[in-house]
Design a protein around this ligand. Structure first.
Ligand code: ZN
Length: 339
């Protein structure tokens, strides 16, 4: 065996199984960073940006490959079977499965009747077609893992390579939520630095908890609430750290990241769930070299559009059986005949 053949023999197995950084990964360097900020009203985001309180969201959205669209909406289509309440259960399920309530079946935060085994979390679909892909999810709202991710499992088989849940203290009215967001951020940073994620979802909960007045009773869902804007500002700094870690990856120049940052709903006073504009109108920050800018900036963007964007970026063709027609509603009982 010549020296060069020996070297080739030594190097080949490594290359064949390399799941390394740069363009050597499962999707030739295409990767996804999806950041969720719960209960973050659109007009509060624009106010925070205007006042210099969200410099990271401003920078990434104003970069030449970035955008901020206010055409995004939660709550399905009014008057149609897709219409759903503007609460987190249905909202995050739509954002993570790409379908509305008439398909995923999640009506509220109890998740009763959820059909995630049929309409799965997008990361389960990624692993189904590319089993070596590395998918990681981080949240301090446990139902995202307990119901949406675990509800999507096939025969109990885990599909998340990293699944980090931390549980805020509901007895203390989520007063510790800002601290839990820091834990979420730090775990996500470790994964960005030490692994080669193909898709990451990172969720921050404090903005919603401030909107509810849970962390501080003086706050509410409004751009007029300085406490609410401060919460957006804190999460903005976490977003900045994630973006910096992504850009500091050893072969970042070879990689092609799609970054999506959005919310599940807005809010009104100290609550949400209804059909008002301030609850339904949401926002999306997107960054990537191949964004459909015209569509995102000038046409309505349902929150179910994010999963298809992720599949398109990774070169995955969704199978028709991933989103079957919704089950038919039971026939309404015949009206009683008059005697
Ligand atoms: Zn809420």
């Amino acid at each position: 065996m010549t020296i060069s053949r020996l070297l080739l023999w030594l190097v080949l197995p490594v290359a064949a199984f390399a799941h390394g950084p740069g363009n050597a990964g499962t999707f030739s360097g295409k990767r996804v960073l999806f950041i969720g900020i719960d209960g973050c009203r659109a007009d509060a985001v624009t106010t925070a940006i205007e006042r210099g309180m969200a410099p990271q969201l401003k920078a990434i959205s104003q970069d030449k490959n970035g955008l901020l669209t206010l055409k995004c909406y939660a709550g399905g289509d009014l008057g149609k079977p897709t219409h759903q309440p503007t609460v987190s259960g249905p909202g995050w399920t739509s954002l993570l499965t790409g379908v509305w309530m008439n398909q995923h079946g999640v009506k509220d935060n109890r998740f009763i009747g959820g059909r995630m085994r049929t309409y799965c979390h997008f990361m389960r679909r990624i692993k189904e077609v590319r089993p070596k892909a590395f998918c990681a999810s981080f949240t301090d709202w446990p139902p995202i893992h307990d119901f949406i991710a675990d509800g999507s499992r096939d025969n109990g088989k885990e599909f998340l390579d990293v699944k980090f849940t931390c549980v805020p203290d509901s007895k203390r009215h989520f007063i510790d939520n800002p601290e839990k967001d820091i834990e979420v951020r730090d775990e996500a940073l470790k994964t960005l630095r030490n692994h080669n994620p193909d898709a990451m979802f990172v969720y921050f909960g404090q903005v919603d908890e401030f909107g509810h007045g849970a962390v501080d009773s003086r706050a509410n869902f409004s751009p007029d609430s300085t406490l609410y804007l401060n919460a957006i500002s804190h999460v903005d700094s976490h977003v900045g750290e994630l973006i910096r870690a992504m850009r500091s990856r050893p072969k970042f120049a070879e990689e092609d990241w799609l970054v999506l940052i959005t919310t599940d709903h807005g809010g009104r006073g100290n609550s949400h769930g209804g059909d008002s504009d301030v609850e339904r109108n949401i926002w999306l920050v997107a960054h990537g070299v191949n964004l459909s800018r015209d569509r995102l900036l000038h046409h309505p963007v349902p929150q179910t559009a994010l999963v298809p964007m992720i599949y398109a970026h990774l070169g995955i063709t969704p199978k028709p059986e991933w989103t079957p027609e919704p089950p038919k509603p039971p026939p309404s009982p015949e009206p009683a005949k008059k005697p």
